[in-house]
Write a protein of this length. Structure first.
Length: 237
């Protein structure tokens, strides 16, 4: 895919007043939600659930792209059409989650780094052949006493940039998601400062790794006080 095609896909994903549908919940997460309401925790039930979503009449009027899970991108709708094709025929850009989750960061107790770079080049090429045109990778940054550390920010920024470069090499638009978590007692100002540090680190690494900014999408966190902060703020603040 050319640079212009990447740019065109990125623009299509954020065009107008449409949004991205994140239907990339993992099988364990989906099964847990099914169990809460008495639905069988099976592949067939998950496929039927996802079919119900992608065949919703008029979905493309509000949704520009859909982020799928690995199981979903291999599944078919009730009529035998691959779910990726159902989305594409409706004018919705198919995407895929490619990280394998946040793991404990060695040497930094309480902090995480998102993994999944091993074998990613081959996986991205395979997903592209299946019809995916963009991908998502989420890095999580917790605020607390002494966190986030510079090591945590650097590790996640590097991983996000490496992932983004591999995506563009494979012709997929990367969604870069560095998320400062809302859990905690931190203030609005603390969240703002941490978010600035994280975004600065991420964009430095995107530059170092040669990522074309016009062909990617940034999905940042909102700057908010922690959920248990004693001083909550109004939207205008």
């Amino acid at each position: 895919m050319s640079a212009q095609q990447l740019i065109d896909t990125a623009r299509a994903l954020v065009a107008g007043d449409k949004g991205l549908l994140a239907m990339d919940e993992s099988n364990p997460t989906c099964n847990r939600r099914f169990a809460e309401v008495g639905i069988a925790q099976t592949e067939a039930a998950r496929r039927a659930y996802r079919d119900l979503i992608v065949t919703t009449p008029g979905l493309s009027e509000c949704i520009s792209g859909a982020i799928l899970y690995d199981e979903t991108i291999h599944q078919k709708a009730d009529d035998g059409t691959p779910i990726v094709d159902v989305l594409a025929h409706a004018g919705i850009v198919p995407g895929i989650k490619v990280d394998i989750g946040a793991k404990d960061l060695a040497g930094h107790p309480g902090e995480k780094v998102t993994e999944g770079l091993d074998g990613l080049r081959a996986r991205l090429l395979a997903y592209g052949e299946m019809g995916a045109r963009f991908a998502k990778w989420r890095g999580v940054i917790a605020l607390g006493e002494g966190t986030p550390s510079s090591g945590c920010i650097a590790a996640n920024a590097h991983a996000l940039a490496r992932y983004a470069a591999l995506c563009q090499e494979a012709g997929l638009v990367p969604i870069v998601e560095p998320e400062v978590l809302m859990v905690g007692e931190h203030s609005l100002e603390r969240c703002r400062a941490a978010t600035e540090d994280v975004l600065r680190g991420v964009f430095e690494q995107l530059h170092v790794q040669g990522v074309m900014l016009e062909g990617m999408i940034l999905k940042p966190n909102m700057v908010l006080p922690g959920m248990t902060c004693a001083k909550q703020t109004r939207p205008r603040q």
